[in-house]
Ligand binder design. Structure first.
Ligand code: DX5
Ligand code: ZN
Length: 216
């Protein structure tokens, strides 16, 4: 029931094709694709050409997390490149509702992301238009950071907002996920966990994915 989305930011870029192919054998659920523009976050990662090249290598859904200014400009690039799901930050987009529609019109799933400093209520009006809400449990920009404990209360608040309205919106959590923090997030109501270093640095990634999913 809990989905695990390994972040390929932590993969071996010199062997990206090999790592993407491994994700299915490790029983991962989604591929988390972190896009950083050097403006919204102080780091650069990868963009549409890399997404297009990994697209044929896996049947798993590709979850594109756009950590960019003015994401609406770039949404068409990631739709064309083959993203199955696109998330945009509430802090970066003035026209959230329109951007969510733009993604849905292409037949893909859409979601919004909250930075650690952004309150849950910022997603209230667009919640019925979101397949997913992504809670950042670290400040976006880098892998390998420490989980911010206040994220747990925000997950619980979103769970209540979603359940009260009878919605099926997924709650995804991203940053500092390990077996301990995974359990806290699942207990608070998360349904999708992103994990970069925990999966790619594990001696047995398949076992780590199983452990994270069980929330042990
Ligand atoms: C951070 C990214 C995360 C990151 C997670 O800006 O959005 O997806 O890769 O990495 P870990 O799991 O190592 O914290
Ligand atoms: Zn991410």
């Amino acid at each position: 029931m809990i989905k695990i989305a390994p972040s390929i930011l932590a993969s071996d870029f010199a062997n990206l094709g090999r790592d993407i192919a491994s994700l299915s054998s490790w029983q991962a659920d989604w591929v988390h694709f972190d896009v950083m523009d050097g403006h919204f976050v102080p780091n650069l990662s990868f963009g549409p050409p890399i997404l297009s090249s990994i697209r044929p290598l896996t049947k798993l859904p590709i979850d594109a997390h756009l950590m960019v200014e003015e994401p609406s400009r770039m949404i068409p690039w990631f739709l064309d490149a083959g993203a199955d799901l696109i998330t945009i930050h509430v802090e970066a987009e003035k026209h959230l509702h329109r951007s969510l529609q733009q993604i849905h019109e292409a037949g893909r799933k859409a979601g919004v992301v909250l930075n650690p400093g952004s309150p849950a209520y910022l997603v209230r009006e667009v919640l019925p238009y979101c397949d997913l809400v992504l809670v950042m449990s670290v400040n976006p920009g880098y892998g390998g950071q420490k989980f911010i404990p206040e994220s747990v209360a925000k997950i619980a608040e979103l769970r209540q907002m979603i359940d009260e309205r009878g919605l099926a919106t997924e709650i995804e959590v991203d940053g500092g996920i390990n077996p301990e923090t995974a359990k806290l997030c699942i207990d608070a109501g998360a349904t999708v966990l992103v994990a970069g270093s925990a999966v790619f640095q594990a001696s047995d990634p398949a076992d780590m994915i199983r452990t994270l999913r069980c929330g042990k």
